[in-house]
Design a protein around this ligand. Structure first.
Ligand SMILES: O=C(O)CCC(=O)C1=CC=C[C@@H](O)[C@@H]1C(=O)O
Ligand SMILES: [Mg+2]
Length: 371
């Protein structure tokens, strides 16, 4: 795989509606679109999914831009890549910075699939032709949550995720359950609780939730294991799992029964596949998480979610859930609760060049000398 140049574009787009979590409300999304171009002019695309500020993990758009441009791309210039796994292994010499690594590694996966004239799903071992779609209802008002659920039910989503915290949990879930007793419902706490809240968390067993996602702090692996023994609702880990070893340790300790896999959070598709394969071998269900991302990362998520162990509808909603106009064409759409898995080469979506151009704020080009 002869890389001729890499382009990094920082794009910014306003969300159609505010995305509330107890850690902050996202109204505008910055992201890094990575384009890896080979010596024949074929382009592979990836996306750096770090947020503008370090509220979800320690990475930001700025740290990712620095690590991509000043550390990871120089590594790629000095080491020929024959397969995307070579890039993942090459990047292991750099500590953490998983979202920066993933943005580049996933662009190389897309390029490799296109060079092989295969879909990305086929190249990574996907087995599904369509994936079940879930949606996040991210609001701090009961009225808005109920309105969103009503709207998304009409659009056919198969799983509903509500944001909770100690100031917004039992009464919100009770009202949702009163109106929708059979709704496939889960809650994401984004580490809003501690073990001191154990009685509050036990009370949520009343609602037959599919899972409670990341109730405690990302490094509370032992505490999650203690909590899981006290509640019947399955714990799902998100922020706690940034590597294969995190997944292995959490499963061995009984810290979770479900894992939310986000390729961006774990450093790319190579590590995401390793976690998937291990969970499959241990009977741990996984689903594909979202990052309020643009269409490139959403396209990669569709391929990832086509692997056999992704048995729970993930946070892979339609482009229109977040954006007036996405940077890919066609946009991701949900039909009867499913998203089709493209069988065309690579990620299976083209770039909406006009939209990419009008949303690009910064562009950096890195040329490779082909020896
Ligand atoms: O992208 C989506 O559809 C959902 C995104 C989402 O729920 C999250 C993205 C990033 C941080 C959190 O707020 C939350 C999560 O923790 O999964
Ligand atoms: Mg989460």
């Amino acid at each position: 795989m002869r890389i001729a140049q890499i382009k990094l574009r920082v794009i910014t787009m306003a969300l159609k509606s505010p995305f509330y979590t107890h850690l902050g409300t996202v109204t505008e999304r910055e992201g890094i679109i990575v384009e890896v171009i080979d010596s024949n002019g074929v382009s592979g695309y990836g996306e750096g999914v770090a947020f503008s500020t370090p509220w979800y993990t320690e990475e930001t758009v700025e740290t990712s831009l620095h690590i991509m441009g000043d550390v990871l791309i120089p590594l790629l210039k000095n080491q020929p890549i024959n397969h995307p796994e070579d890039a993942a292994i090459l990047f292991q010499s750099v500590r953490r910075n998983h979202m920066a690594k993933a943005g580049l590694e996933m662009a190389i996966w897309d390029l490799y699939a296109k060079q092989s004239s295969k879909s990305l799903a086929a190249v990574i071992g996907g087995t599904r032709e369509k994936i079940a779609s879930g949606v996040v209802v991210a609001s701090d008002s009961l009225k808005s949550c109920l309105n969103q659920i009503e709207k998304y039910l009409e659009e056919g989503y198969q799983r509903y995720k509500i944001k909770i915290n100690p100031n917004q949990d039992y009464s919100l879930l009770a009202e949702i359950r009163r109106r929708y007793p059979e709704l496939p419902l889960m809650a994401d706490a984004n580490s809003a609780y501690t073990l001191r809240d154990i009685d509050r968390l036990k009370a949520l067993d009343d609602f037959n939730l599919l899972m409670i996602e990341q109730p405690l702090a990302s490094d509370d692996i032992i505490e999650h294991a203690l909590l899981q023994k006290e509640i019947t609702t399955p714990i799902c880990l998100d922020e706690s799992i940034v590597s294969f070893n995190d997944a292995k340790n959490a499963i061995e300790l009984g810290s979770c029964k479900i894992i939310n896999i986000k390729a961006g959070r774990v450093g790319g598709l190579y590590e995401a596949k390793r976690i998937h394969n291990f969970c499959l071998s241990r009977g741990i269900e996984v689903w594909c998480g979202g990052m309020i991302e643009f269409g490139i990362s959403r396209a990669h998520n569709i391929a990832l979610a086509s692997l056999p162990g992704f048995t729970i509808p993930g946070d892979i909603s339609a482009s229109k859930r977040f954006w007036e106009e996405d940077i890919i064409t066609p946009e991701v759409s949900v039909k009867n609760g499913f998203v089709g898995v493209p069988d065309t080469p690579g990620i299976g979506f083209s770039i909406n060049e006009k939209r990419l151009k009008e949303t690009t704020r910064i562009e950096k080009v890195f040329k490779f000398e082909n020896k």
